[in-house]
Design a protein around this ligand. Structure first.
Ligand SMILES: Nc1ncnc2c1ncn2[C@@H]1O[C@H](COP(=O)(O)OP(=O)(O)OP(=O)(O)O)[C@@H](O)[C@H]1O
Ligand SMILES: [Mg+2]
Length: 283
């Protein structure tokens, strides 16, 4: 379980995260939503060790992990993917997957001379794991394709596959559905659900697509202006008044004090003056 306790992350005068507290339960698929600039990615970066928080704590199973580097967190099975997929474009999909596990003996030139058998056995094990991932994600047709030639959605699927190459406990997905067509989005959604149900992965995912969120996530947490605004089922959060207001752009700071209903100016179509004819003289 991850517990985020009153985390602040300020960039100069900008309070990107401004006192956020939340819990990501082990075994859940937790959704993180909120309008642009709400601080979602910054909070992910704090949890995943890319940013040190200005203040506050992050606990993993009761242990303080605040300020650990991404490598140290990776060793504990905590991973994140990036809002923009980071693939090696001139390697194939299979090779990209095989790049993930660190400390391979073959990475050291000396061991390729002194212990070639061990290097080969290790490479075979990693290849077998990569093939398992390819099969699980049902992407054999692109296994030998250069990653640079994949569509945006296929790159996201590869990103998900890369998390499967190590025994990840918790995976953070930042806008895995952004720019992905509906069919591929469903494939990604299915893979996430199966990883959660069949392999016990915990997910925390930032997403803007509410249909996708509703299908996968429980609970859903909504952030706005660096704070947690609401938490509950997708349905609860969707119907939460403060959430609706934050999305409409009114913002918390500008929340109207009066309860007077807003009236829309009436359309004047009936009395609308006709557009003036161009006054330009013809030659
Ligand atoms: N490195 C940085 N330096 C300065 N300001 C930053 C930095 N990173 C983020 N911010 C600011 O912090 C605020 C929160 O940004 P963040 O990227 O966390 O929002 P977000 O919720 O992920 O938005 P989106 O949905 O658009 O991805 C924004 O005002 C952003 O401009
Ligand atoms: Mg973001």
């Amino acid at each position: 379980m991850i517990v985020v306790e009153d985390v602040h992350k300020h960039f100069g005068g900008i309070r990107a995260v401004d006192g956020a507290s939340l819990t990501i339960k082990t075994g859940s698929i937790t959704g993180l939503i909120g309008p642009n600039g709400a601080g979602k990615t910054t909070l992910f970066n704090v949890i995943a060790g890319l940013h040190k928080p200005t203040s506050g704590r992050v606990l993993l199973d009761g242990e303080d992990i605040t300020g650990l580097t991404p490598h140290e967190l990776f060793a504990q099975g905590l991973l994140r993917t990036f809002q923009i997929a980071h693939e090696f474009s001139t390697l194939t999909v299979r090779e990209n997957l095989m790049m993930v596990p660190g400390n391979q003996s073959g990475e050291s030139l000396i061991s390729t001379w002194t212990n070639p058998k061990k290097v080969r056995a290790e490479e075979e094990a990693i290849r077998a794991k990569a093939n398992d991932v390819i099969e699980f994600l049902e992407i054999p047709q692109v296994a030998d394709e250069f990653a640079g030639n994949l569509s945006g959605g296929q790159k996201k699927l590869l990103e998900l596959g890369r998390t499967m190459m190590v025994d990840a406990k918790i995976v953070f997905l930042d806008e895995v559905g952004a720019g992905v067509n509906r069919t591929l989005l469903n494939t990604i959604g299915d893979a996430i659900l199966r990883l959660n149900q069949e392999r016990g992965y915990t997910f925390c995912m930032i997403e803007h697509d509410m249909e996708f969120i509703s299908r996968l996530c429980d609970p859903v947490i909504c952030m706005a202006e660096g704070k947690v605004l609401a938490q509950g089922t997708a349905e609860d959060v969707k119907n939460n008044e403060e959430v609706i207001e934050a999305y409409l752009g009114t913002g918390l700071k500008n929340k109207p004090k009066s309860t007077k209903p807003k009236t829309k100016p009436k359309a004047k179509s009936a009395t609308k003056p006709r557009a003036k004819k161009s006054g330009g003289k013809s030659k």
